[in-house]
Ligand binder design. Structure first.
Ligand SMILES: [Zn+2]
Length: 109
């Protein structure tokens, strides 16, 4: 379950950046195409945050929809899986959004 290691690194990064302060809120961006389950992250986050500066922090997750650009016609399309077909018929897509997983914001007390 790779959510556990992701949650663990999120907690580590936040605890380090908090520099001794308590973390009150963490906002995460999770792309729909990243194959990361927000619910699993939420669960693991609480487990990993225990006994750290992040314990008790609210975890906010923003899901970023998948987007790709068609390399044939230049159209941008929304996708739920990391592949697909453009309206023009081309399957030659370049993913432009939805694979990211990053800490957008962190609030300390
Ligand atoms: Zn196209």
């Amino acid at each position: 379950m790779h959510e556990l290691s992701i949650a663990n690194s999120v907690v580590e990064i936040c605890a380090e950046q908090a520099n001794g302060a308590r973390v009150r809120r963490v906002t995460l961006e999770i792309g729909r195409l990243s194959a990361v389950m927000p619910d699993a992250i939420r669960f693991c986050f609480d487990v990993c945050a225990k006994d750290t500066a992040v314990e008790g922090a609210t975890l906010e997750i923003i899901e970023i929809p998948g987007q790709a650009r068609c390399l044939a016609c230049g159209e941008t399309l929304d996708i739920d899986v990391p592949f697909g077909q453009c309206e023009c018929g081309s399957e030659n897509l370049e993913l432009i959004s939805g694979q990211q997983l990053k800490i957008r914001q962190m609030e300390v007390v």
